[in-house]
Write a protein that binds this ligand. Structure first.
Ligand code: NAD
Length: 489
C-alpha cells in the first residue's frame, strides 16, 4: 500500500517530489518503502493553497453542520481503511498490535468523533447587558456578543511515536473550527500522514483545506516562519518546541506546544501493590517507553518500595519482546538505532550517578535485527539524578523512595516537566488532595482514564509545553474571540 503513497498532497492534488527517503520497519530494519521528501517549493505551494482556501474558499464560512458532515465522511472513510492504517502503525512506528488497535487508532478516532459533536456548540454567545455612563449624563444600554472565529492557516507538525493519533488530534479540531491546515509528519512516519491525503481526496474535502508535506526540520522550520501561517500546533521534544517558539516569534504566530515529560507515579503505602506495579510497568514499557505522558518516575513509599520493585521486576521479566507483527508480543522496538544508543547512554549515566540497576539495561539476546532494548528498572534513584530529570524516551523506569505525602509531592514537582502523573492509594480522598497539589497538566488516580478521555483537555506546563488538545478546550485553541458590541438605544 505504501507504493501508492509516493507524492505530497497539496491543493487537492498530488505533487511529485524529487527527493526520497528510505523508511525502515524498526522491528527488522527492512525497507518499508521510499517516501517523498518535500522542499521549500512544496511548502510555498501548500501554504498558498491553505491561505487561498481560508481567505477565499468556502470552508471557514460553511455552517458548523456542513463542516461536521464533511468531516464525518472523512472519519467514516478512515474507518473503512482502519486495517491498513493499523498495519502501518505496527510497521512504521513499531507499535505492538494491541496498542496500535486501541490507543494508536481507536482512541484518536473517539476523540475526533467527540470533537465533531462539540463543534456544534454555539459559536456566538451573548454577554450580560452593560450599563455605561455616557458623556451627556445619560446611561448607555449596550450589549456584547462573543463570537468564536477560526484562527486561520494552521501548521501542524507531529512526532513519530503516535503518528496517526497526533495527526488526527491536530487536523480534525483545526478543520472543525474552520481553519485550513498544512500537516508535516515526522520523517520516520510519513505514510500514516499521506494516507490521509488519499482519504481527503476520496471524500472531496475542498481543495487546500488539508495539505500534507512530508520532510524534515527544514520543512518544519518553513512552516513556522512564513507569515501566511496564523498558528503552529506542534507535538515533539522540548528542544524543538523551544526552537519553534523562537522561529514563530518574529511573525507573532500563536503556538501550541505539546512536548515531553518525566511524569511521576506516586505509590502510597496503602496502595494495592500489584495494581500499582502493573501501572508502573506500563508507565515505562508502553510503546517501548516512547510516550510523552508515560509515568517513568516512580515515587514509592519506603515501607513498600522493596515489594513494589520486586513486583515490577517479575512483570517485566515475563514480557514477550519481539517483532510486533506477532500479536502476542508485548514490547516492540525503539524507532531507530539512535534512540537505542540514547537508552544505552542513560543506563551508563544512571550507573555512574549511583542508581541501582534492578533489571534490563541492554539489548536483548537473540535479536540481530531491530532496535530492541530490554525493559529496564533502576532503584535507589535520587530525584536530582539525570535519569530522574531527563526524558529518555526508551523503556527505562526509575524508583525513588519517600516517607511522607509532602515529600512525595515535593519530589513529583521537582521537575522541569509537567505533563502527566498518577497516584495509587486506597484513600481516594487523600489521593485527590495530592493530585491537586501536583503541578502537571493531568493526574490519574488509581488508573484513571487520562489521555483516553475524549472530553478532558490534554497538555502540559513548564517544559511540557502549553495549549490543550481534545474536547471543547482543544477545539477552542483553533479559534480567536471576537467581541461585537452594539448600542441598544
Ligand atoms: P522531535 O522534536 O525530534 O520532532 C518532532 C517534529 O518536529 C518532527 O516532525 C520534526 O521533523 C520536526 N522538527 C524538527 N526540528 C524542527 C524545527 N526546527 N522546526 C520545525 N519542525 C521541526 O520529536 P520526536 O523525536 O519525533 O518525538 C518525540 C518527542 O515528542 C518526545 O519528547 C515526546 O515526549 C514528544 N511527544 C509529546 C507529546 C505530547 O502530546 N505532549 C506526544 C507525543 C510525543
Amino acid at each position: 500500500m505504501v507504493a501508492t503513497l509516493q507524492s505530497l498532497y497539496i491543493d487537492g492534488e498530488w505533487a511529485t517530489a524529487r527527493d526520497r527517503d528510505v523508511i525502515l520497519n524498526p522491528a527488522d530494519e527492512s525497507v518499508l518503502g521510499e517516501a517523498p521528501v518535500g522542499n521549500a517549493g512544496h511548502v510555498d505551494a501548500a501554504l498558498a493553497a491553505a491561505h487561498t482556501a481560508f481567505h477565499h474558499g468556502p470552508w471557514p464560512h460553511l455552517s458548523a453542520n456542513e463542516r461536521q458532515a464533511k468531516l464525518t465522511a472523512f472519519l467514516d472513510a478512515i474507518d473503512r481503511r482502519s486495517g491498513e492504517i493499523i498495519d502501518l502503525i505496527v510497521a512504521e512506528a513499531g507499535s505492538t498490535r494491541g496498542l496500535a488497535q486501541f490507543l494508536q487508532y481507536a482512541t484518536p478516532m473517539k476523540h475526533a468523533r467527540t470533537t465533531l459533536d462539540v463543534m456544534l456548540r454555539p459559536a456566538q454567545t451573548a454577554l450580560p447587558i452593560d450599563l455605561t455612563p455616557a458623556a451627556d449624563g445619560s446611561t448607555m444600554l449596550g450589549g456584547h456578543v462573543l463570537s468564536r472565529e477560526p484562527v486561520g492557516v494552521v501548521s501542524a507538525i507531529t512526532a513519530y511515536n503516535f503518528p496517526f493519533f497526533l495527526n488526527i488530534g491536530k487536523i480534525i479540531p483545526a478543520m472543525a473550527a474552520g481553519c485550513t491546515v498544512v500537516l508535516k509528519p515526522s520523517p520516520y512516519t510519513p505514510f500514516e500522514a499521506l494516507i490521509l491525503g488519499q482519504i481527503a481526496e476520496e471524500v472531496g474535502l475542498p481543495r487546500g483545506v488539508l495539505n500534507i508535506v512530508t520532510g524534515g526540520a527544514d520543512v518544519g522550520a518553513a512552516l513556522t516562519t512564513d507569515k501566511r501561517v496564523d498558528l503552529v500546533t506542534f507535538t515533539g521534544s522540548d528542544t524543538v518546541g523551544a526552537a519553534i517558539q523562537a522561529q514563530a516569534a518574529p511573525t507573532l504566530k500563536r503556538v501550541l506546544l505539546e512536548l515531553g515529560g518525566k511524569s511521576a507515579l506516586i505509590v502510597r503505602a496503602d496502595a494495592d501493590i500489584q495494581q500499582a506495579a502493573m501501572a508502573g510497568v506500563m508507565g515505562f514499557t508502553i510503546h517501548c517507553g516512547q510516550g510523552c505522558a508515560l509515568t517513568t518516575r516512580h515515587i514509592v513509599h519506603n515501607a513498600i518500595r522493596a515489594r513494589y520493585v520486586e513486583a515490577v521486576k517479575q512483570m517485566i521479566g515475563a514480557m514477550k519482546i519481539g517483532n510486533p507483527s506477532d500479536p502476542s508480543v508485548q514490547l516492540g522496538p525503539l524507532i531507530r538505532e539512535q534512540a537505542r544508543t540514547r537508552s544505552e547512554s542513560y543506563v551508563e549515566i544512571a550507573r555512574a550517578e549511583g542508581a541501582r540497576l534492578v533489571a534490563g539495561g541492554k539489548r536483548p539476546a537473540g535479536f540481530d535485527k531491530g532496535f530492541f532494548f530490554e525493559p529496564t528498572l533502576f532503584n535507589d534513584v535520587d530525584n536530582a539524578h539525570r535519569i530522574a530529570q531527563e526524558e529518555v524516551f526508551g523503556p527505562i523506569g526509575v524508583v525513588i523512595g519517600f516517607d511522607t505525602d509532602e515529600e512525595a509531592i515535593r519530589i513529583a514537582n521537582d521537575s522541569n516537566f509537567g505533563l502527566g502523573g498518577g497516584i495509587y492509594s486506597r484513600d481516594a480522598g487523600k489521593a485527590y488532595a495530592m493530585a491537586l497539589a501536583i503541578r502537571a497538566g493531568g493526574v490519574a488516580i488509581n488508573g484513571g482514564a487520562g489521555t483516553m478521555s475524549s472530553h478532558a483537555p490534554f497538555g502540559g506546563i513548564k517544559r511540557s509545553g502549553y495549549g490543550r488538545e481534545y474536547g471543547i478546550e482543544g477545539l477552542n485553541e483553533f479559534t480567536y474571540m471576537k467581541s461585537i458590541s452594539f448600542h441598544a438605544a
